[in-house]
Design a protein around this ligand. Structure first.
Ligand SMILES: [Fe+2]
Ligand SMILES: [Fe+2]
Length: 187
């Protein structure tokens, strides 16, 4: 278990200044005609933001209606797909792209370390979401009396995990997109 630090995902409001030099050289307002891999990266992240917003919307509807069956029918498959895609995305990043980026731009190594730590932190949350989602599903399927309580726990977890996830997506983009544009990646 690593020590909590002031750049921890749960509390930071952006990348530490020493990791922002790539974005300073290639600021967001110039992220227009991007290399294919960078455009695809942003597209993937847009997908996760949309997916998070969709789940937040389902939870909001349920908080209004109290319709547990509707929540179950829509949120469980949405959560399954979210967990699967995000886990796969992080594996590819940490396993394939980040090592390449460290080699191309050693100066950003500590920034990549931070992103890898984010992945570890998010993974713990994804695991908790999986278990909490499974407990909700089983409670509804088994018509258990605590099903509303299980729904509440899942809803709270999904909502509270949004902020750190969105923080990670944005901070990762601030390193990865300029790096791909300015330094290139091997084919
Ligand atoms: Fe990531
Ligand atoms: Fe990512």
């Amino acid at each position: 278990m690593s020590e909590p630090s002031d750049d921890a995902l749960a509390s930071r409001s952006g990348l530490p200044a020493e990791f922002l030099y790539l974005r300073e050289d290639y600021p967001r307002d110039r992220w227009t005609a991007l290399p294919e891999i960078a455009a695809f990266w942003l597209q993937m992240h847009a997908g996760f933001r949309g997916h998070q917003a969709y789940m937040d919307g389902l939870i909001g509807q349920w908080r209004e209606s109290g319709d547990l069956q509707a929540l179950h029918g829509q949120l469980v498959p949405a959560l399954q797909s979210f967990l699967q895609h995000l886990d796969g995305h992080h594996r590819v990043e940490s396993g394939q792209y980040f090592p390449m980026m460290r080699a191309i731009e050693p100066r950003i190594g500590p920034g990549i370390d931070l992103l890898d730590r984010d992945h570890d932190a998010i993974h713990v949350t994804l695991e908790a979401m999986f278990q909490t989602g499974l407990a909700f599903h089983q409670a509804v399927a088994g018509k258990a009396p605590d099903a509303p309580d299980r729904a509440q726990r899942l809803a709270d977890l999904i909502e509270s995990s949004a902020r750190p996830l969105l923080r990670h997506l944005e901070d990762e983009e601030d390193i990865v997109i300029p790096l791909v544009q300015l330094r290139g990646l091997p084919a």
